[in-house]
Write a protein that binds this ligand. Structure first.
Ligand SMILES: [Zn+2]
Length: 346
């Protein structure tokens, strides 16, 4: 038997329902949790997030959601557990870190690969620590991340290891590979769309993960469709890893959602035609709650908050079907594939 490791405990994998593999219930860049303007009205926040999650469940059939927020970006185990209790959604937390340009706090930069591995394994098997306190809530997936993000919006320079991966990112990825092999859990990644102009960052991540013993069939390469190159996407699939099509309805590094959706849909249909339909998953990368939503009118990432939880069904899947995909092919990407990839041996 295989299970999904949710914040409320292990659930038989067959009870997943439809799965979103990359979302954020609460999202704030490192430091936001110390800002007077972001102090949470905890109960109101739970109400607001739960209302959106419940709508996703009752109207569209979602059953499981991976909250891809790492500890330095506001990961809140208690909040995830309370939303899960309130709604019945299977919420899977992650352990891991953001790209070095934005995350990996100094404290963790001082730890060895073995200490980082132990941190990930303990998050996955004992429960996460929040604000100096041990919680009973376990993570169920590992996140790794590379790239310059919006700090320096250009392709990453070549790092000390000869890859376009920074020094501390390399250590985090090695630890993730070891922890994944030890626990048998999935790794879901953040790649930077700009890096695909100069290298295949998904392949670079896989090289390190596999050197440390991770199984590529348990790895999901994220954000690869935002700057889609059919050859690079196929190379990742041929390696045995999986691809996540995300930012559905969320313009990122393009002007409109329409433009990105169309590009991503074409690339996805091409991969299905080539026989890679079992290695694809779908998600939004939605922010269910951003504590600064009152003052981010000029923030282009506001789109992460605005996209409707039903957009997948009202816009994106109809687009895929117009291009020839069947209901069965789509449901594999929303149920069977993510369930298989995220499942942990019981
Ligand atoms: Zn994200």
């Amino acid at each position: 038997m295989t299970i999904l490791r949710t914040v409320l405990g292990d659930v038989p994998a067959e009870r997943s329902g439809m799965i979103l593999t990359h979302e954020h219930l609460l999202y704030g860049y490192p430091g936001a949790e110390t800002d007077h303007r972001t102090v949470l009205d905890y109960d109101a926040t739970i109400d607001m997030i739960s209302a959106q999650v419940s709508r996703g469940m009752s109207e569209f059939g979602y059953g499981t959601m991976v909250d891809m927020t790492p500890p330095e970006v506001g990961r809140h185990p208690q909040l995830m557990a309370d939303v899960a209790r309130r709604t019945g959604m299977n919420v899977i937390a992650i352990t891991g870190f953001f790209p070095e340009r934005m995350g990996i706090p100094y404290y963790w930069r001082r730890q060895t690969v073995e200490e980082l591995t132990d941190f990930f394994v303990r998050d996955l098997t004992e429960g996460m620590v929040f604000a100096w306190q041990q919680t009973p809530y376990k993570a169920g997936v590992i996140k790794i991340a590379t790239g310059q993000e919006s700090v320096e919006p250009k392709p990453s320079p070549i790092g000390p290891n000869g890859r376009r991966i920074h020094y501390y990112e390399d250590r985090v990825i090695r630890a993730a590979g070891r922890a994944s092999a030890r626990v048998g859990c999935a790794v879901n990644t953040h790649t930077d769309p700009m890096d695909y102009d100069v290298t295949n960052p998904g392949i670079e991540q896989l090289d390190i993960l596999e050197e440390e013993g991770a199984d590529p069939s348990r790895v999901i390469i994220g954000h690869a469709f935002v700057n889609p190159d059919p050859v690079q996407l196929r190379d990742i699939c041929r390696r045995g890893a999986n691809l996540q099509l995300d930012h559905i309805g969320i313009p990122w590094r393009v002007d409109t959602a329409e433009e990105l959706d169309e590009m991503m849909a074409d690339a996805l249909v091409g991969l299905v035609e080539d026989g890679y339909g079992d290695q694809l998953v779908l998600s939004y990368d939605r922010w269910f709650f951003n504590p600064r939503s009152d003052v981010t009118e000029s923030d282009p990432q506001l789109a992460n908050e605005k996209v409707d939880i039903g957009y997948m069904f009202t816009s994106f899947i109809p687009r895929l079907k117009k291009k020839g995909l069947t209901d069965e092919q789509v449901s594999r990407m929303l149920i069977d594939n993510p369930r298989r990839i995220l499942a942990i041996p019981a």
